[in-house]
Design a protein around this ligand. Structure first.
Ligand code: SF4
Ligand code: SF4
Length: 316
């Protein structure tokens, strides 16, 4: 049930707007990364559509005023050529924006856009070409330079938005963690290492059902730290309620989605166009998707919504 909290209007806990369906990386444990480049979405959200969506969210008080809207889900937001415009539009409605980037590119944003950034995450999978190149595949030196460029820009403009390196811990990159932490410390970046997993809902379900194809299972066993999963899922509260029910998730074409994880092509991916649905229709659709039953029963909902920080398990 969506919470009813202010002014008698339903309020979502968070809003996720995918502004770029495209991503330029090939991370193999990610549903986007393992999809052939030409089969991925090539769409970017336009300022016009973004403006209509934000206006509606604001007018209908779907989220608390001055919230930070996440402008990413399964794509690389920095690839959107209108990124400055989108950040500025969000600011016109007194929202901040959050960005998560693979830092393969540094883009110049307008001052107004930069001042509307509420946080930025840098997604990193290693500190050497051997480790980083194995997942993201870009030139790691260039990526680290781009991250530093973001930091310099923020510092020059005295932008206090938190910046965080989300470090994906694999079996083969534990030795990079100290260096990554030192890099973050030197650049005033928060460091968040977590155990990389299937960034891929269908593979998560298959793993839990023990129905992954043998070759994928072997590769996962070699690369992913999955030792904690069984115990972790056993700790899921009874009657666990998926937090995604309280999230408003919209893709780059304006489709309202079940959540951040059900992939494109799945019958429950889209619930309809956000601008064509009444609020009661949105609420009803959000809580009545067939796919949620299996996801909750298997514990996938608990797993995918509650990533496992490295520090909670491992002492370096
Ligand atoms: S993990 Fe991020 S950077 Fe890698 S393919 Fe997926 S969306 Fe792109
Ligand atoms: S239960 Fe699973 S499929 Fe349903 S909203 Fe939550 S994460 Fe998505």
């Amino acid at each position: 049930m969506i919470k009813i909290t202010i002014y008698g209007f339903p309020v979502f806990d968070s809003v996720v707007i995918e502004i770029s369906g495209a991503c330029n990386a090939n991370c193999r444990w990610c549903i986007t990364g393992r999809t052939p480049m030409l089969e991925r979405s090539q769409f970017f959200m336009t300022p016009d559509l973004f403006s209509k969506i934000i206006k509606r969210i604001s007018n209908e008080k779907m989220i608390l005023p001055r919230s930070t809207l996440a402008l990413y889900s399964w794509g690389e937001p920095v690839l959107n050529p209108h990124l400055s415009d989108l950040c500025e539009i969000a600011g016109q409605y007194h929202f901040k924006v959050g960005i998560s980037t693979n830092a393969s590119r540094y883009v110049e944003l307008s001052e107004c856009a930069l001042r509307n950034i509420g946080y930025v995450h840098f997604s990193v999978s290693g500190m050497t070409q051997e480790t980083y190149g194995r997942i993201h595949g870009f030139d790691v030196i260039s990526v680290l330079k781009n991250i530093q460029q973001w930091c310099k820009t923020f510092d020059r403009m005295k932008i206090k938005a938190p910046r965080t390196m989300v470090f994906h811990v694999y079996k083969f990159n534990h030795t990079d963690i100290s260096e990554a932490r030192a890099f973050c410390s030197a650049n005033s970046i928060d460091f968040f290492p977590y155990y990389a997993y299937f960034n891929d809902w269908e593979r998560s379900l298959a793993y839990l059902e023990q129905s992954l194809p043998t070759d994928i299972k072997e590769q996962a066993t070699q690369e992913l730290e999955l030792f904690y999963v069984k115990d972790h899922i056993a700790q899921a509260p009874q009657n666990y309620r998926c937090p995604q029910f309280n999230n408003l998730v919209i893709d780059e074409t304006g489709q309202l989605l079940t959540c951040c994880v059900v992939p494109r092509g799945h019958p429950n991916y889209s619930l309809g166009h956000f601008l064509d649905m009444s609020l009661p229709e949105i609420l009803e659709a959000k809580r009545s998707q067939q796919c949620c039953i299996k996801c909750l029963n298997l514990g996938a909902a608990w797993w995918v919504n509650d990533v496992m920080p490295y520090k909670n398990i491992h002492e370096e």
